[in-house]
Design a protein around this ligand. Structure first.
Ligand SMILES: [Zn+2]
Length: 329
């Protein structure tokens, strides 16, 4: 009994400590991951758009309204990324400190719309600005632990600088005339500009517009002219259209790139650093022609499913026929 009471007491204390910690609400998973690297376990970090979700098209839930209302610090990208957030903040009546983590970054203009391109985290140099802004917000909220946050920030900053160098080195291994990235939406302008890759996309900067026929025709011309060996799909967007374009042009899908979300826990892209590393590795393998149709994921996967199910149905039918045959005998 004494043991039981002790366990209950420990649990209650733990719950109280958790509740006393300040809460950060981040709009997208790249930003909650960055924050985690800086605050460690000194703050609770909550995510608004779940991993794999599309922040451009997100519809906030009543749970999000409560989360925002209770938060102490809200991290937003801004630059039209979270069009739904200001209303959510206003309606919640939150007292949270709202930090726009792209502050100090000069945005690129969207290729398609008369607005800034929000995907600045794709340039790792901008990523350094993101984590600095997050660190400053966190210190403003909890100045007592300033030294702790600064130490974590410095350590993380080194890792992010290493990532920037890694991407530069890797992209350099792609033949100059093949440094063309064909993907489904304009999430890679910053990446392309920073690392010297020409960008072509089927959709515009957001994901809510249907791809125009003219755009697709134009894209196919680019694929044929540049003879790129691969084009790419994205995790937050339905890959069907890219698969169709790849099939029609007899090239491969070089993989699914992370754009507006990190990957599920345990996947190759489950952090900001890992998502950009995974993207780079796929882009380099695809554009250096190291992929053959046999070892690319999407296009083949659906075919494999088809083959296996046909074989299973075939076996089942054969079994049923043999059974019937024996019965008749
Ligand atoms: Zn996007």
């Amino acid at each position: 009994m004494k043991k039981f009471i002790l366990i209950v007491l420990v649990l209650l204390t733990y719950a109280r400590l958790q509740a006393e910690k300040p809460t950060i609400a981040a709009t997208a998973s790249m930003f909650s991951d960055m924050a985690k690297n800086i605050v460690g376990d000194k703050m609770n970090i909550e995510l608004i758009v779940p991993v794999g979700g599309d922040p451009h098209l997100y519809k906030p839930t009543p749970k999000d309204a409560k989360l925002v209302a209770d938060a102490d610090l809200i991290l937003q990208n801004g630059l039209t990324f979270e069009g739904w957030l200001s209303e959510l903040i206003e309606n919640s009546g939150t007292k949270a400190l709202v930090v726009t983590i792209t502050e100090g970054i000069t945005p690129i203009k969207s290729l398609t719309y008369d607005s800034p391109d929000p995907h600045a985290w794709m340039n790792v140099e901008h990523g350094l600005k993101y984590i600095e802004n997050i660190k400053n917000g966190v210190v403003q909220l909890d100045p007592d632990n300033k030294a702790f946050y600064e130490k974590n920030h410095e350590q993380y900053r080194q890792e992010v600088i290493n990532l920037d160098n890694y991407i530069k080195e890797q992209v350099n291994t792609i033949p100059a005339d093949k440094r063309i990235l064909v993907t489904s939406h304009d999430a890679f302008q910053y990446y392309g500009k920073q690392y010297g890759i020409q960008l072509e996309s089927v959709l515009g900067v957001s994901t809510d517009a249907e791809a125009q026929t003219d755009d697709i025709i134009n894209l196919i011309k680019i694929i044929q002219k540049s003879k790129v060996p691969a084009i790419f799909a994205e995790t937050t967007i339905n890959p069907k259209q890219m698969q169709q374009i790849a099939r029609d042009n007899n090239i491969v899908i070089g993989g699914t790139l992370y754009a507006d979300s990190i990957g599920e826990t345990g996947s190759e892209g489950d952090s900001y650093i890992k998502m950009l590393k995974a993207n780079t590795d796929k882009i380099v393998a695809g554009l250096t022609g190291k992929l053959s149709p046999e070892n690319t994921e999407e296009v083949i996967d659906t075919n494999n499913d088809f083959h296996w199910s046909s074989i299973l149905i075939g076996l089942a039918l054969l079994g049923a026929m043999l059974f019937m045959f024996r019965k008749l005998k």
